[in-house]
Design a protein around this ligand. Structure first.
Ligand SMILES: Cc1cc2nc3c(=O)[nH]c(=O)nc-3n(C[C@H](O)[C@H](O)[C@H](O)COP(=O)(O)OP(=O)(O)OC[C@H]3O[C@@H](n4cnc5c(N)ncnc54)[C@H](O)[C@@H]3O)c2cc1C
Length: 282
């Protein structure tokens, strides 16, 4: 029988129009139980319309921060994510399980590792925890984040990512991919397919020098990137991924692809990096 702990929501705010950040007050006596590794998640439980609803959410904070925060993106028709985005308030209590999950690699302060990460939409939550933790704990590591969103406004944790970029400007690079907004400098064209990933792995990513890669987003995207990175020479034990949802049938696969990728097929993509903008079609 899983153990749940009643935790109070100590803070709550909208990060984007459809994503709410929820912070929990973990009492001192439960700090040991709620100790976590970067990239781990919490399972939340709530009785909604008489039904026991349990959903998992990745912590977006680093263990170093001593904060327990999750970001919940509203899924159209989604029971828990709609409740969290429309009804949950500061002071409410939720049943929360202790942190769990294996989406991390051990921190090594003496290592000079180069990490890469691909995230789409709410897939940024574990990444933020992982990125902060490695940058803060490994003074010689570098991180490249490839982050796909629909528009600038829908970028979850845009400001926090910018702050991190400023804080670690020599070690942290962010490439924003946008599916619904265009900028001026065309860079690449075509679907986000084998060919395009091959270009990325030749121009932006030094495969031989990559210690670990983290992937979080829609299943199709994760598997495509995983396969292409492997084909480019990255060992499979260096590729780590977290699936938020794997549709068991074609209808739900389509649903998740549409919700998370907002039908990105054939849409224009913009990458913004250090003031430069690149375009291509995914
Ligand atoms: C390890 C792990 C970590 C996760 N971390 C996060 C996180 O940090 N932030 C976050 O917002 N979500 C995260 N999720 C997803 C989350 O657990 C829920 O699945 C999501 O919030 C939908 O729950 P719901 O009750 O609103 O939707 P439901 O009522 O369960 O589903 C409604 C409809 O949406 C479909 N659906 C269910 N889940 C998804 C999904 N993720 N994407 C698209 N369609 C879906 C269902 O097939 C159904 O048609 C994580 C999942 C896992 C397994």
């Amino acid at each position: 029988m899983a153990d749940f702990y009643e935790l109070k929501v100590s803070n709550l705010y909208k990060e984007t129009k459809d994503t709410v950040v929820v912070e929990f007050d973990v009492p001192e006596q439960q700090h040991e139980t709620f100790k976590f590794q970067q990239g781990q998640h919490l399972t939340l439980r709530k009785l909604i319309n008489g039904e026991d609803i349990r959903r998992t959410y990745s912590l977006c904070t680093s263990p170093i921060e001593n904060l327990w925060k999750v970001a919940i993106k509203q899924i159209p028709g989604g029971v828990f994510s709609t409740y969290a985005n429309t009804e949950l308030s500061i002071g409410d209590e939720l049943d929360v399980m202790a942190p769990a999950g294996n989406f991390f690699v051990e921190v090594d302060p003496d290592a000079a590792n180069n990490y890469i990460a691909f995230a789409a939409g709410s897939g940024i939550t574990p990444m933020l925890s992982i990125i902060k933790t490695h940058l803060l704990s490994e003074p010689n590591c570098t991180f490249k984040l490839f982050y796909l969103n629909r528009t600038v406004k829908s970028i979850i944790f845009k400001e926090e990512i910018e702050r991190l970029k400023n804080q670690f400007f020599e070690r942290f690079q962010v490439f924003h991919f946008l599916t619904k907004e265009q900028r001026d400098i065309p860079f690449l064209n075509g679907r986000f397919d084998k060919e395009k990933l091959a270009v990325l792995t030749k121009t932006f990513i030094d495969i031989e020098d990559t210690a670990h890669c983290f992937l979080c987003g829609p299943q199709e995207m994760i598997f495509l990137i995983r396969d292409e990175l492997e084909a480019a020479g990255l060992a499979s034990d260096r590729i780590h991924y977290e699936l938020f949802f794997s549709g068991e049938n074609e209808a739900s696969k389509l649903h998740i692809a549409e919700v998370l990728e907002h039908k990105v097929d054939g849409t224009d993509v913009t990458i913004i990096d250090a003031g430069k903008e690149f375009h291509f079609v995914m």
